[in-house]
Design a binder for this molecule. Structure first.
Ligand SMILES: Cc1cc2nc3c(=O)[nH]c(=O)nc-3n(C[C@H](O)[C@H](O)[C@H](O)COP(=O)(O)OP(=O)(O)OC[C@H]3O[C@@H](n4cnc5c(N)ncnc54)[C@H](O)[C@@H]3O)c2cc1C
Length: 285
């Protein structure tokens, strides 16, 4: 299908993009175009005006400094997957997105703003307790990844705002992160995606963050799993027992569709929690 007609503008700076967005009612930012253009072609989205931000230098690049890693909003999944400065769980997650073509075009900013319930990066960014930097007509602000995702395809981003960067902490020794997912074989999207970040000292877990995507309308923090891990000696049996606690976190709004029923996703959740936690523990050393 062809999209409805639209106007195209190219912005050369963040301030120009914000100004263009605010001049055109309903305008949308175009990043990698790998979610927006398909939605326009299916006529699920009709923004009328597109503001291309692809050539804004300030939105590109990954910089590590003073214990933090700042990832420009236009960083592609391929660049994240190849990065050695971002937490290993984040590069691993980016490497599982779609196929090479999707990873070469799709961006971290586009993925988090689109907020598809089956997307991979939101799950890992909430587990890593990332912060999102946002610029808009009234200035700049920062919001935690957990507060950013407010529902299915819904975020805290206001009209006229641009996500400029994502910030995560450096991965310290003793901490490991990992991502494990049940792929939709056609698209690569997560039917169950689990991100785990675990800190281990003297063989015991001192901190854990476990987050699931693909099952519920928005990313889901598995606090029962994390609570079951903290203070425990992490070995096969204790990890498997903690993984079962995910059933307490899931609640009643588990999604089912033609790819996988809600019951199947629910049954698979502890399997992928166990795999993600075990891999994170191994990386934590
Ligand atoms: C065949 C296929 C397979 C895929 N498989 C997967 C998968 O396995 N896992 C997965 O997670 N994703 C998958 N995707 C989605 C892919 O990761 C997209 O690239 C991503 O969701 C959107 O990024 P984008 O840069 O293409 O954004 P765009 O499509 O350009 O934009 C998406 C939305 O975000 C807004 N936006 C973009 N950037 C910004 C910004 N900086 N500030 C404010 N608003 C912004 C746009 O206005 C639009 O509303 C797949 C896509 C395709 C086509």
């Amino acid at each position: 299908m062809y999209p409805f007609n639209f106007e195209y503008h190219k912005a050369s700076s963040v301030s120009e993009a914000i100004s263009l967005l605010n001049q055109h009612d309903g305008a949308k930012v175009l990043a990698g175009g790998h979610s927006l253009i398909p939605a326009m072609k299916l006529r699920l989205s009709d923004p009328g005006v597109l503001i291309d931000i692809g050539k804004i230098d300030d939105l590109h690049g990954i910089n590590a400094s003073k214990g933090a890693v700042t990832i420009g909003g236009l960083t592609t999944h391929s660049d994240l997957a190849a990065s050695i400065v971002v937490p290993i769980g984040l590069s691993e997650t980016a490497g599982t997105v779609g196929d090479q073509q999707v990873r070469n075009r799709g961006t971290i900013g586009g993925s988090v703003v689109h907020a598809d319930p089956a997307a991979d990066l939101p799950t890992m960014l909430v587990a890593l307790r990332a912060s999102f930097h946002i610029s808009g007509p009234t200035g700049n602000r920062t919001v935690s990844a957990e507060d950013f995702f407010t529902g299915m395809f819904e975020t805290d981003l206001e009209d006229g705002e641009i996500l400029t960067a994502v910030e995560v902490a450096d991965e310290q020794s003793g901490t490991g992160s990992a991502y494990s997912k049940l792929f939709n074989p056609a698209s690569g999207y997560a039917m169950v995606g689990v991100a785990a970040v675990v800190t281990v000292a003297s063989g015991k877990c001192t901190e854990a963050s476990v987050v699931l995507g693909g099952l519920t309308p928005s990313v889901m923090v598995a606090s029962s799993v994390a609570d079951s891990l903290v203070g425990v000696k992490l070995e096969e049996t204790s990890i498997a027992a903690a993984a079962e606690a995910v059933q307490n976190d899931l609640g009643s709004d588990v999604l089912g569709d033609i790819h996988a029923s809600a019951d199947y996703r629910r049954a698979m959740a502890p399997v992928y929690v166990r795999r993600a936690v075990a891999a994170a523990v191994e990386r934590a050393g």
